[in-house]
Every structure is written in C-alpha cells, then in structure tokens.
Design a protein around this ligand. Structure first.
Ligand code: C5P
Length: 222
C-alpha cells in the first residue's frame, strides 16, 4: 500500500451525475484516502424531512449531525430522484449548510489515522470546505451524457423514470446549484478541469492519477 510522507487533502466539485463520485472513490482507493461524498449528507437531511416532517427543524438536524456515522450514508434510499430534488432545495438553506459544514471539515482535516488523507466531493468543497486542498478538481460532462448516466443509475435501482424526465430533473438541479446565492457550484481558478464526456471511467482515473503522481513526486511525498 502507498504511504505518504505527509497527509493530503483532495477537493472535488462537480455538477450532478458528472462521474465525480466514481472518480473520488477510485482515487481514494488507490491512494488510501478517506472518502466523503458530501451530497449524501444533504440527501440524508432530505430523507429526514420526508420521514419526520413534524420533528424536522434546525435543532433536530444539529442533533442528527452530531451522531451521524459515515456508514449511514451508504443507504440506497438516498439515491432516489425525489431525494435528489429535495436535497437540492434543502442545500440552499444557509443554516442547514452551516450545520453540515462542521461535519465535513472535521472529516477533511482529521480523517482516521490509517488513511493518507482525505478526498471530498460536492459543490463547494474547493473553495469553502477545503480551500487549502493539495489537489482541486472540477469534474464535469455534457448535460445529455450526465442525464444518461443518471438514467442508467436509476434503472439499476429499479426506479421507473423516462430519459426525458431525468434530463429535466438534472437540468433543474444544475440551474439551482449553479445559481443559488449561498455556496453556488463553480469552478475555482485553481481547480483542474476534467471533462468526462468522452472518457471511460478508467481513462478518466488515469488522467487524474497522472496529475496527482506528478505533484506528489515533485513535493517529495512519494
Ligand atoms: O452530489 P449529489 O448529487 O448527491 O448532491 C445532492 C444535492 O446536494 C446537490 O444537487 C446539491 O444541491 C447539494 N449539495 C450541495 N453541496 C455539496 C454537495 C451537495 O449543495 N457540497
């Protein structure tokens, strides 16, 4: 297993279904980094709102964040379209974002000891959560390709939605994520753009790996 001389932090931002999660997982596995899919936290809060509408308030979310285990974020229920849409609405709330930020920062800066560092993906990771990340990537792809990937993911989960509906939903989420006032999705100047439209998962991973290996060697970390 690769061992680094000093711990690193990788920050990834991306619009919905661009393949960022897949790449973040591959990078994390390869370099032995602690991986956190931050969108899943907003999704979990969306589920709390659906399941417990009466209890749902800031205090309740705060309490849930304190006891939240990363393993609870693996639940397949978090992937439905209803949850995606609601997560995108919820994530516009400044107070909710603040409650979620602490959890993310804690994991980004203090991952469990066995890891070489951390890798987080989301919408505001490169400039809000880990502004001093060692590596920053903005992963994107053409809207139709992203909708197709999302459509296939939902199909695998046995969710019945037409391609047209999925495309509409991804477009709506893009509009909201890019244009909201608080923590909008954007590519920062210091982020490396990775367009996955015409890349396979493997070739995309190799592209990122080449970039990372070069800097890790230059820094004398490997
Ligand atoms: O990445 P994912 O599609 O799971 O994220 C669901 C929603 O959560 C996004 O559409 C976005 O509105 C919100 N989100 C966010 N900030 C993050 C991660 C996700 O606002 N860091």
């Amino acid at each position: 297993m690769i061992r680094f001389k000093s711990k690193i932090k990788v920050a990834i931002d991306s619009p919905a279904a661009a393949g960022a999660g897949t790449q973040a997982k591959l990078i994390s596995k390869h370099y032995n980094l602690f991986y956190l899919d931050t969108g899943k936290i907003y999704r979990l809060i969306a589920i709390l709102k659906i399941n417990y509408p009466k209890k749902f308030n800031y205090k309740y979310i705060k309490k849930k964040m304190k006891t939240l285990k990363v393993t609870s974020l693996n639940n397949k229920k978090l992937l439905s379209n209803e949850v995606s849409t609601l997560a995108s609405i919820i994530s516009k709330d400044k107070k909710i974002r603040k409650l979620v930020h602490n959890f993310q920062i804690r994991h980004a800066y203090k991952p469990p000891k066995k890891y070489n560092g951390s890798c987080l993906d989301g919408r505001d990771i490169t400039y809000k959560i880990i502004p001093n990340a060692d590596f920053k990537f903005f992963i994107t792809a053409n809207i139709k390709v992203r909708a197709k990937r999302r459509f296939q993911e939902l199909k695998r989960l046995n969710k019945k939605m037409s391609f047209k509906e999925v495309l509409k939903s991804v477009k709506k989420r893009d509009k909201s994520d890019y244009n909201r006032k608080i923590s909008p999705l954007k590519k920062t100047k210091d982020s490396i753009l990775i367009n996955t439209t015409n890349l396979t998962k493997r070739s995309c991973f190799l592209k990122i790996k080449r970039i990372m290996d070069k800097k890790l060697k230059l820094d004398g970390n490997i």
